[in-house]
Ligand binder design. Structure first.
Ligand code: F6P
Length: 323
């Protein structure tokens, strides 16, 4: 019987639990023992390992977060951290590893593969900034949370004839801001992938008012301004520049929690099942992806850490139908 270690790492995302459940249960089907590693790579470094059976993962498919807990394990970036992680693999007789997480976590997965540990990565990050897969676990839930927030904000923006700046998560990716802005009818969308000056933002608001609009919503990704809080900076600029009433809402970590949507549960179940199946076949160094409607796997080294999944055609569409 193979022993497979499983960890969730980096920012949590809704659907991670559904992936854990699928790995454990599909694993038991194919004669595999799953060891849960707690607190991401920190648990691998410290040897914080617990066996998981089918009953341990009951009742978690609908829960956000991760039962294994997660961490941004800066220790793993050091040589001694990596040596300790390998020591845990040897001590626990781990035959393979599944890493569920975002950009940085998948770099960690690649490192373990390079050390000779059979490793498969599963993309999970609300930011949807992992290349090679159309979508990652948690994106759909976070997007729906953001759209729900925009709907509510629009009610009050309309009533008070105000400008609302709504800041969404995404340090290097404007995916949530763009897609929620498109789905929520934001007048202005600001993302790190497209440079727009504050004066242009003002001009767009002004044009909206000239066209008869009495309120505006600006959906801005946190990473739009390279320094400082994007939402605050824009709000302050507009307060100085106009007599309009400006309000700021920062959605923050609210976007990371909540029960996963059906889409995320199904995606996570499919990703998880495929990950364990590939490991058992002796395949290593891959990330499970959804591309052109198919679940498949690509080499971890093919992940391009400089690109995001923002579709600029959708950015143009959002603006063309905004006023
Ligand atoms: O990586 C996902 C993400 O949600 C980013 O959008 C955000 O900038 C970051 O995590 C926040 O991280 P933390 O929870 O460590 O503050």
């Amino acid at each position: 019987m193979k022993r497979i270690g499983l960890l969730t790492s980096g920012g949590d995302s809704p659907g991670m639990n559904a992936a854990i459940r699928a790995i454990v249960r599909r694993g038991s089907d194919i004669n595999t023992e799953i060891l849960g590693i707690r607190r991401g790579f920190n648990g691998l470094i410290d040897g914080d390992v617990v066996p998981l059976d089918n009953r341990d993962v009951g009742g978690i498919i609908e829960r956000g977060g991760t039962i294994l807990r997660s961490a941004r394990a800066t220790n793993f970036l050091t040589a001694s951290g990596q040596e300790n992680a390998i020591a845990t693999v040897v001590k626990e007789k781990i035959d393979g590893l599944i890493v569920i997480g975002g950009d940085g976590s998948l770099r960690g997965a690649r490192r373990m593969h390079e050390y000779g540990v059979a490793t498969i990565g599963i993309p999970a990050s609300i930011d949807n900034d992992i290349s090679g897969t159309t979508i990652s676990i948690g994106v759909d839930t976070a997007l729906n949370t953001a759209v729900d927030a925009l709907n509510k904000i629009r009610d009050t923006a309309y009533s008070h004839e105000r400008v609302f700046v709504v800041e969404m998560m995404g340090r290097r990716s404007g995916y949530i801001a763009l897609m929620s802005g498109l789905a929520g009818g934001a007048e202005i969308i600001l993302i790190p992938e497209v440079k727009v000056s504050f004066d242009e933002v003002y001009a767009l608001i002004d044009r909206g008012y000239q066209l008869g609009k009495r309120h505006s919503i600006i959906a801005v990704a946190e990473g739009f301004c390279s320094e400082g809080s994007s939402g605050r900076l824009i709000s302050e600029f507009l307060r100085e520049k106009t007599d309009l009433e400006i309000r700021l809402t920062i959605l923050g970590h609210l976007q990371r929690g909540g029960s996963p949507t059906a889409f995320d549960r199904i995606l996570a179940s499919r990703f998880g099942a495929m990950a364990i199946e590939l490991l058992v076949q002796g395949i290593s160094g891959k990330m499970i992806v959804l591309t052109q409607g198919e679940i498949t796997a690509i080499p971890l080294e093919e992940i391009d850490h400089t690109v995001t999944n923002v579709d600029l055609a959708l950015y143009r569409l959002a603006y063309s139908i905004a006023s």
